[in-house]
Structures are given as C-alpha cells and as structure tokens.
Design a protein around this ligand. Sequence first.
Ligand code: NDP
Length: 320
Amino acid sequence: MSKPDILLVRPIMPLIEDGLTQHFTLHKLAQVADEAAFFREVGPRIRGVAAGGAGKADRALIEKLPALEIIANFGVGYDGIDVKAAAERGVIVTNTPDVLTDEVADLALGLLLATVRQIPQVDRYLRAGKWLEKPYPLTATLRERKVGILGLGRIGKAIAERCAAFGLDIAYHGRSRQADVPYRYYDNLLAMARDVDVLMVVAPGGTATHHIVNAEVLEALGPDGILINVGRGTVVDEKALVAALRDRKILSAGLDVFEDEPRVPAELIAMDHVVLLPHVGSASVYTRNAMGQLVVDNLVSWFEGKGPKTPVAETPWPRK
Ligand code: NDP
C-alpha cells in the first residue's frame, strides 16, 4: 500500500521529518519551484499538512488540496491555520498543547524578572566596563506587585503557580470565570489593568483578541506598570505600546512575541527600558522535541484510523 502524501509548508526540525518519512511520502513546499504545477499535479493526492510558525495554512492553501484530511500544527497557538476553512471542509486541525506549558511558563517568569530587575541591561553594563566606574543604578522590584494574567489557560495557570511561589498577588481576565481557581476574576480587562501593576499576556492570537491590550489598557496599567507578552503579538496594539513606553505611561515591557515577526519595530529596539526576546517561549531542545513528536503522533494516529491525538476545539474528535 502506498504511503499517504503529506505536505510540509515550511522546513521543519529533523525529528519531525525523520518521524514522518517512516510513514508518509513528504512534499516540501519550500523546495517547490513551480507551485501552480505542484498543486495541479500533486495537490489532489495530499491528505495531510504539517504546519506551524511561519508555515501557515490559510484558506487558499486548504482549497488547493481537495483530499486534505488533517492539518498538524507545530505549536499550541494555531492562529496561522484558517480553522474556519478547515472545519467547513471537515479537515481536522491538531496542535501541541501541554508538552510546552512548563517551558513557556518558566520563560515568562524569567522575562518578568529580567524586565523588572533589568537583568539584560545590567549584564550589558558590566560587559561595557561601567561597574569599574560606579555601581548600576537601583532598579524596580517584583516585591508587592499584583499580576493580572490575560488568558488563564494551561500556560496562564502554570505562570500563576510560579507567581504564587514568588509571593505575588494574582488576578486574571478571560471570557469566563473559572471554577476552582483561587485567583480574583475580572470580566473586564480595563478594570483588571487598573488594579494590577504587571499585565501578563498569555492569550491566543486571532480576531477575538486583536489589539485588546490598547492605549487605554496600557494607561490604566500606570507609570509603574509592566507589560509582559508571551502570548501573541497581535493581542497588543504595538504602536500604542511604543507610545506608552516612549511617554513613560508604563514603566517597562518584556516581549517574547510581536505583531509582525520576525520584524520588531525600530523604536522598541532603540529603547533601553524594554527586554525583547525572539519568540523563544518553547524553544528548548527538550520541549521542541516533545512538540515535534506530537506532530508526528497526530498524523500517524490519524492515518492508522485511530483519530487525532490533540484536535483543537474548532475541529473536535469524534466529530460533533
Ligand atoms: P489555552 O487555550 O489553554 O488558554 C488560552 C486562554 O486564553 C484561556 O484561558 C482563555 O480563557 C483565554 N482567552 C481566549 N480567548 C480570549 C479572549 N478573546 N479574551 C480573553 N481571554 C481569552 O492555551 P495555552 O495556555 O496552552 O496557550 C496560550 C497561548 O500562548 C497560545 O495560544 C499561544 O498563542 C501562546 N504561546 C506562546 C508561546 C511562545 O513561545 N511565546 C509558546 C506557546 C504558546 P477564556 O476561554 O475564559 O476566555
């Protein structure tokens, strides 16, 4: 029996490629010279797609693949996949939840500490030989801060546990109040921003969250306020953020994600009171391997007739 044909929409880590090669015939879009000819000749045979990160699966791609059954996304955030278009066609979408939760939460706390205590700036100070001249100026503190988590999901909860261990007061905002969590719920993001001095963004991207952290929310956070974003860049109005930082409406920001990655606004790069990371929340060998294995496992499980392992909410399994 011939192996099912799978399309890789961008180059992927060797672990995934090796895992997939054992079970599937792989086609790499990045190596295709004539896309129109590829979709005409091979497109009708493609039954699975591996996507993620810069490798998006939009409606146009989905429509070019009439035999498509499943899209396996590398990453828990799947805003690069048009899930609506997939659901309309009965195409299952999977992501990689849970296996990256602790890694991203660790990074979020590292970024929070780095931002408050200016750890990268202090490192630069020492390397520049300035310690020989005078001690580094005193910094802000994490002590007595209130953290408002926007998006108390899997990662948000892991961040909350870590914040609790640091002795911080914790609140959260999401579309619904959650039973069995000990943190204060706000049904209004602006109201939460007024009451906290760290806003920790760990909500997904997409239209529903687009720019919900806007100028008003940043102003409410206040001049001692710190924004940390490990969710998606599109959740924050980046222009409003640049203005708030420039005008000292907030104290600082620690960002792992940006609106137009990998492009980061020059204004942010020029600022010394921000900490900027190139979307590395889950980027350890350990966790990326676990994510890659889950991409492979989803595709293998599907084509063995055992269903997807981790389907997203919009394409549930068993089908509704
Ligand atoms: P979950 O689905 O478990 O949690 C998402 C949370 O966001 C839920 O608590 C949900 O609460 C809240 N939420 C969703 N929509 C809205 C909305 N419109 N307004 C307010 N809150 C909302 O996902 P994870 O915790 O596993 O991952 C969260 C996100 O983190 C991912 O989608 C991804 O974008 C990002 N991420 C970033 C990484 C990085 O490298 N920086 C790595 C991994 C993930 P409710 O349903 O009550 O609204």
